[in-house]
Structures are given as structure tokens and as C-alpha cells.
Ligand binder design. Structure first.
Ligand SMILES: Cc1ncc(COP(=O)(O)O)c(C=O)c1O
Length: 435
């Protein structure tokens, strides 16, 4: 750090803390992108959680809306910091019909610019600096910054298993794990303030059953701990009955939205996050949502959210898209079929190579165990292997570092951020490298 800085202490910390360790390589790879004729040896990045498989449908729909509708006057003006009432109404209708399976009151929704902003504002309101938010490991690495950068909450990685074989049927988080984390956090003189679950999960693709969610929710309510379930991948579901996949799922754990339990409990300690980024493949539009029965929380959100509001034009556009339920039905069907097809491309290769993976029920990922290829069980060996894969194959996986798990050699592969054809090339190269 330089001796003199014109920045604040926190500004200097920000200056010296990278958002993601794989970003630099990612941008380098983007300049050398694969093309079957022009650049057949080019890079194929499988590290960013994006879904490009259905964008053509959404793009056509948005272009049609822009052609056929005048932009309403309210779009040019300020609107509620919770989100435009017109959009929240359409969003509530969409969520109730397609995501939650129970009616959603638009007054209980707050919108920010993407899930990132929603998580940041929510954490700021629910916790104080130094409070602890618990995440079952492995978890989405950027949660650390989302809860910490502004809100000052600390991330606690709760390791519930070491081997991938333990999570073949989904997450194994249970009350004894939470009790132990609570004791540990209290012993450090800190407060266990928030538990965050991601369902379907990033990176494992597992989902929490309704019974499990209920037991955890009751434990949190009793202990006055906020429980937030992030359902950002709620409609990105794999067809677990596909003949080539069905054998991977011995236990039937259908995805159930947490909203149903929230409505049964009506507790101020239960909340849900959602966004347009993954299920709609629209991360660039920046639309995130929080749903809560905590009315003081919603008031605070309204008072704090002005810097994070979603553009009215985006709200208007999505109001039209989500309000067309026939379109949404077709979109979701197409998207889930495309996700399943691409997921299969990866699974076929992994089976051939006998590489352990966590069978996913949803999300855009395969969480795989390449530990047997490491020279030793260390972070250094893991990073070295990750870079070697990239250098020799052009394939960029998400490095395991940052997911907070105990076992080295596990990586996340995103199968939806490239076309199926590009993914096939990537898996062929990976097979060649690993064989
Ligand atoms: C679990 C989870 N939450 C939040 C985000 C951030 O989403 P957004 O682009 O809407 O900010 C991601 C993106 O990868 C994610 O996987």
C-alpha cells in the first residue's frame, strides 16, 4: 500500500481487494475467444454464472414489445424506491404463478439493481458491523463482499461435509451443525445474526426440502436469527427424470419455494431473495428482489434503496415480459430443456472419466472433484492445477478458492454460459487433458 493515499481507509481497502481472483484471466480469455474456423484453439470460459441458452427468446420478446408499445410517461420520472408499483404488480403475479406457487403481495417486494445490491441492502439493514452471517460451504464466493463491503458483516463458512459423496442427495445442513456454529460464534464473542441458504444452490445445484427448510426456519425464529433463502436459480431446474440422469437421484426432493413456509409462519425473521439474472439470463439488466414479512425491514429498505434502484425503462420492459404468462410458460419450458441438454454434455464426460460430481437439481453449475489430479492437498496446488488446465486447454473453470470448503481440488463448471456446441468442444479438451 502506498505511504500517502488520497483515499479513506475503506477506500484503500477497496482499492486493494479484488472482487474475484479469476476476473483478470477471464478478461484475458475473452480476447482470445474460441471460434470453430477463425480461432479453433481459442479459450472457452466456464467460470461466470451466466445463462445464454435462452437469450434469443427474451431478446425477440423485448424487441417485439419495443416495436408494438409506446413507452409510458412514468418511465421518465422518479418512482417508489421499492420499485415501480406497475412492475411490482407484474412481478408478484409472475412469482406467484411460476416461482413460489402461492400468491405474492407486491407490497412485500423491494427491488434493487441485481441480487448483489439486494443482498447488500438487506444485510446492511439486518445486521450490524461485526455481526456474523453463516453460509453452508461451499457457497457463492461473492457473498463475502456483498455482506461485508458496506454492511460490515462477517461471513462464516459452515462446513457440513468433506466428501462430495456426502451430498449426493442434496445439502446435509442440519440443526446440530447450526448449534455448533452458534457455540463457535458465541465463543468468539460475536453474534450469529443471519443464515443464508441458496436453493437451488450455487455451486452444488442441490435443493433444500420443505421439511428441512421448516426445521431450519423454526430454529432460526426461536433463536431470533434472520434466515434468508436465495432463490435466484429457482426456475433453472434440471429434468431429473431424464432417462440418462434419473439414476443419479435416489431421493425425491422436489424444489419448493421458501415463500410457502414464509406465508405459513409470517415471521419477521424469514426473507427471500430473487433476481432476473439467472432464470431469465438477464444479469445485465440488473433486477433483484427481496420478499419479506418484516414490515420495518421493508420501510428501512425504502429509505435506503435510492442509490440502488432499477432503471424504470428496465422495470417497464420486464413488466411486459413477465406479465405475458403464455410467453413465460414457453420460455421456462425451453430454458429448462436447454439447461438439461447442456448439463448432460458435462455429465457424460465426467462419467467417462469417473470424476465425482454433485448431481444438480437446479442452478447453472456442476460442482466437481478433481482432487486426485492435484500434486498435494493444498491451496497452492489447487490454484496451480486450475491455471494449468487453463494454459493447456483454454478452459477456465471457477477456482475452488473462495467457496469456503475444506477439501482442495473441487471446482465449479458453468455449463450455460456458452453454446452447447462450444461446451462440447470444451469437454472434449478437458477429457483429453485429464485422461
Ligand atoms: C447465489 C447468487 N447470488 C447472487 C448473485 C449475483 O446476482 P446479480 O447478478 O443479480 O447481482 C449470484 C451470481 O452469480 C449468485 O450466484
Amino acid at each position: 500500500m502506498p505511504k500517502h493515499s488520497s483515499l479513506s481507509q475503506r477506500g484503500q481497502t477497496a482499492q486493494n481487494t479484488v472482487l474475484r481472483i479469476d476476473f483478470e484471466v477471464f478478461f484475458e480469455a475473452m480476447h482470445n475467444w474460441y471460434h470453430p474456423e477463425d480461432n479453433p484453439g481459442g479459450a472457452i470460459t466456464l467460470n461466470i454464472a451466466e445463462n445464454r441458452l435462452s437469450w434469443h427468446l427474451l431478446r425477440d420478446k423485448m424487441q417485439q414489445i419495443s416495436r408494438e408499445h409506446d413507452i409510458p410517461d412514468w418511465v421518465a420520472s422518479y418512482t417508489s424506491a421499492m420499485g415501480a408499483p406497475e412492475f411490482r404488480e407484474a412481478l408478484a403475479g409472475f412469482m406467484g404463478r411460476f416461482l413460489t406457487g402461492c400468491p405474492i403481495d407486491p407490497e412485500q417486494l423491494g427491488l434493487s439493481a441485481g441480487a448483489t445490491a439486494t443482498i447488500e441492502v438487506s444485510s446492511w439493514i439486518l445486521g450490524d458491523p461485526g455481526d456474523v452471517a453463516v453460509f453452508p460451504a461451499p457457497c457463492y464466493p461473492v457473498y463475502k463482499q456483498d455482506i461485508g463491503n458496506k454492511g460490515g458483516l462477517e461471513r462464516y463458512d459452515l462446513v457440513t461435509h468433506h466428501e462430495l459423496s456426502d451430498i449426493q442427495n442434496g445439502p446435509v445442513l442440519d440443526i446440530p451443525h447450526l448449534e455448533e456454529a452458534l457455540r463457535d460464534i458465541q465463543a468468539q464473542g460475536k453474534r450469529f445474526r443471519m443464515l443464508v441458504l441458496t436453493s437451488p444452490d450455487n455451486p452444488t445445484g442441490g435443493v433444500y426440502s420443505k421439511d428441512k427448510l421448516e426445521a431450519i426456519a423454526d430454529w432460526c425464529i426461536e433463536g431470533e436469527i434472520h434466515l434468508v433463502v436465495n432463490e435466484i436459480y429457482g426456475l433453472s431446474l434440471i429434468n431429473t427424470e431424464h432417462p440418462e440422469l434419473v439414476a443419479d437421484y435416489s431421493k425425491n426432493t422436489p424444489y419448493t419455494s421458501f415463500a410457502q413456509l414464509m406465508q405459513e409462519k409470517e415471521s419477521e425473521y424469514l426473507h427471500l431473495w430473487y433476481a432476473m439474472s439467472k432464470d431469465m439470463g438477464a444479469s445485465g439488466f440488473r433486477v433483484g428482489v427481496v420478499y419479506s414479512f418484516n414490515y420495518p425491514f421493508l420501510e428501512a429498505f425504502n429509505n435506503l434503496n435510492a442509490p440502488h434502484m432499477v432503471s424504470n425503462h428496465t422495470q417497464w420492459l420486464f413488466q411486459q415480459v413477465l406479465g405475458d404468462h403464455d410467453f413465460m410458460e414457453k420460455y421456462i419450458q425451453h430454458n429448462q430443456a436447454a439447461l438439461t441438454e447442456s448439463y448432460l454434455v458435462v455429465i457424460r464426460s465426467l462419467r467417462k472419466l469417473q470424476i465425482p460430481y454433485a448431481p444438480a437439481r437446479g442452478s447453472l453449475f456442476v460442482w466437481l472433484d478433481l482432487s486426485e489430479y492435484l500434486s498435494e492437498q493444498s491451496q497452492e496446488a489447487e490454484n496451480k492445477f486450475w491455471m494449468d488446465v487453463y494454459k493447456k486447454t483454454g478452459i477456465l473453470l471457477t477456482p475452488g478458492e473462495g467457496f469456503g470448503h475444506s477439501k482442495r481440488g473441487q471446482f465449479r463448471l458453468v455449463y450455460s454460459c456458452v453454446t452447447k456446441e462450444e461446451l462440447e468442444v470444451a469437454m472434449e479438451r478437458l477429457e483429453e487433458y485429464l485422461l
